[in-house]
Design a binder for this molecule. Structure first.
Ligand SMILES: *[C@@H]1O[C@H](CO)[C@@H](O)[C@H](O)[C@H]1NC(C)=O
Ligand SMILES: *[C@@H]1O[C@H](CO)[C@@H](O)[C@H](O)[C@H]1NC(C)=O
Ligand SMILES: *[C@@H]1O[C@H](CO)[C@@H](O)[C@H](O)[C@H]1NC(C)=O
Ligand SMILES: *[C@@H]1O[C@H](CO)[C@@H](O)[C@H](O)[C@H]1NC(C)=O
Length: 539
């Protein structure tokens, strides 16, 4: 047996309760080596860089599966080893590169030569059966990337923290006539960014997917009546539009107003901004950790015949919530979606440079935003255009800077000299990529209320891209797919740079990153400019 992965100590906040019962069943995920992931990365570059001759020539999920399916000898080596010693084994990902196994603690301790303990988290009492290390037979090790979550103490996906803030619950008379300074609503978003009212292509396959997660600590629903009220009030021209629902793992989209605000924001600022773009709320009953929750959606998207062309997620985790090996597997999943031509859009988070930690000695990057194959959206205020103090951003400690971005991140880092040196990884992938309005009004439980956070920015940016895609389809061109190689090159003309404002950092509301001319880790490259993007795309 060869030691494969280990951690030196249990993450802070967790306490060992003792040994679990040897007959207790647990679930684990085996990531097997993939046939040709470096080849797939090259393919993604060739379909995503506007200068490439195969720009926009996306692969089918079946073609992508050829790159990531395990080599036959790897699959059989792993199957021969685990099958006799587990209760069940089945493919988790469509290509079969990730297997889901169910087995007893005793079986797992034998297979992986380790000792499990039950751990509890002091903040929420969540219990996890984990070990500090695991080993693999030397004959099998070369076929396995990692096994999750033996040593991973990963919490579920988190909502960005600010969106529960009802900053202002004004019930102004004649709300539709109120200035945008008082009530940011879809018409304001349309005006700030020049976003048109509705689609013109008539395409039904150009659609937006909207992520929702439910778990013990997180009930999120998108309410149909609240959306109807919202559209009647703020988008009477598309009143009556609605959304479809996809339920994963037994989720239910409850309509009893027992949820939080996230699902409401995400649906109202997609259906309500991307006029007439078909919208699907993908709700996952996620009782697992964030790595598995993010994978659930990747697997769902890869198994759709006509997946949404744009997908927005307003949930995030600290990068270290995931082990580097699990984060890499998830990010390789986003690489597969890039190859298929899906724009994956994530809110950057609401904790500034430090995820709201004060007195820290290093900044805290957020995942999935740090994955180079997604587009991360920070928050700004529109009047005057200023970065939002809580807009999360910074540099990855797991993923190195991708080529499409390197000139921009280097220019920013040169401009700040040695400020914050040692608090971040100067060679890491920088985020966010772009930004959008962070504070809007929604309808919740029948009432109009203001909410804030990058939770608002991600669906707004996704709606902008969905309507750009609509114009591309009308012009007979492919949709944008993975956005970043475009955004950091010719697509800069489709964004308005935001140059003022600062994010919070380890010393509170000061001490984070400064917004600046060009890319910066608060507002990215800037906010949507629809006419500019039409120009940049030549339509
Ligand atoms: C991996 O994929 C690349 C890009 O398609 C291809 O050029 C290369 O031949 C592939 N390698 C193998 C071993 O299949
Ligand atoms: C796995 O199962 C085989 C066949 O039943 C058995 O001989 C072997 O001891 C088991 N290995 C472990 C590590 O439990
Ligand atoms: C593996 O973890 C156990 C505690 O569960 C510890 O006693 C042992 O020293 C660790 N081994 C290695 C190689 O880290
Ligand atoms: C958008 O819709 C509003 C309300 O129906 C209308 O007043 C406005 O002219 C429309 N704008 C465009 C650009 O079509």
């Amino acid at each position: 047996m060869v030691l494969h992965e280990s951690i030196s100590h249990v993450p802070s906040g967790f306490k060992a309760l003792g040994s679990p019962s040897p007959t207790q069943e647990i679930e684990l995920f085996i990531a097997i080596v993939q046939s040709n992931i470096t080849g797939l990365a090259k393919v993604v570059d060739s379909v995503s860089f506007p200068s490439s001759p195969s720009y926009g020539q996306y692969l089918t999920p079946a073609e992508v599966a050829e790159y990531v399916k395990p080599p036959a000898e790897s699959l059989s080596a792993v199957m021969d080893w685990v099958t006799p010693n587990v209760t069940s084994v089945k493919p988790f990902s469509p290509a079969g590169d990730i297997l889901q196994i169910s087995l007893t603690v005793e079986q797992a301790e034998g297979l992986f030569n380790t000792k499990f303990s039950t751990y509890t988290h002091s903040a929420d009492g969540q219990e996890m059966i984990r070990a500090l290390n695991y080993s693999l037979p030397s004959t099998v090790q070369q076929h396995i990337l990692h096994i999750h979550p033996i040593i991973a103490f990963t919490p579920p996906p988190r909502r960005p923290s600010q969106n529960t803030v009802s900053k202002r619950t004004t019930t102004l008379n004649r709300r539709q006539l109120a200035p945008c300074e008082d009530i940011v609503r879809p018409v304001c978003i349309q005006q700030f960014y020049g976003i048109p009212n509705t689609t013109i292509s008539g395409s039904l396959t150009n659609s937006i997917g909207v992520q929702g997660y439910n778990s013990a600590s997180l009930g999120e629903y998108a309410n149909e009546d609240d959306l109807a009220t919202f559209l009647n009030e703020f988008r009477p021209d598309i009143a009556g539009n609605t959304f479809s629902v996809t339920l994963l793992n037994g989720a239910q989209n409850l309509q009893d107003n027992s949820g939080g605000l996230e699902g409401q924001i995400d649906i109202q600022y997609t259906v309500g901004v991307a006029g007439n773009v078909p919208t699907t709320y993908v709700l996952d009953e996620s009782n697992s950790d964030a790595a598995i929750s993010y994978m659930d959606t990747i697997n769902w998207l890869l198994s759709q015949e006509d997946p949404p062309t744009v997908f927005t997620t307003s949930y995030a985790n600290e990068e270290t919530d995931l082990t580097q090996s699990a984060a890499t597997s998830v990010c390789n999943g986003y690489m597969q979606l890039a190859a298929v031509g899906i724009s994956m859009i994530f809110s950057s988070g609401d904790g500034g440079a430090s995820d709201n930690q004060q007195g820290c000695t290093s900044f805290v990057p957020m995942f999935p935003s740090t994955c180079p194959y997604v587009t991360s959206v920070g928050g700004t205020f529109f009047q005057p255009p200023t970065a939002f103090v809580s807009s999360a951003g910074g540099f990855s400690n797991y993923f190195s800077v991708p080529s499409y971005q390197a000139a921009d991140t280097v220019a920013y880092l040169e401009s700040i000299g040695d400020e914050y040196s040692g608090m971040y990884n100067p060679n890491g992938r920088g985020f966010p990529d772009v930004a959008a309005e962070w504070e809007v009004f929604i309808v919740n439980e029948g009432g109009v209320t203001s909410v804030g956070g990058t939770s608002c920015a991600s669906p707004i940016f996704a709606s902008f891209i969905a309507l750009v895609n609509d114009r591309l389809i009308a012009a007979g061109k492919p949709v944008l797919g993975f956005l970043n190689p475009l955004l950091y090159s010719t697509g800069k003309g489709g964004l308005d740079d935001v140059t003022t404002g600062q994010s919070s950092g380890c010393s509170g509301s000061t001490g984070g990153w400064n917004s600046a001319t060009g890319w910066d880790p608060v507002s990215g490259l800037g906010t949507p400019d629809f006419a500019g993007m039409m120009n940049a795309l030549g339509i």
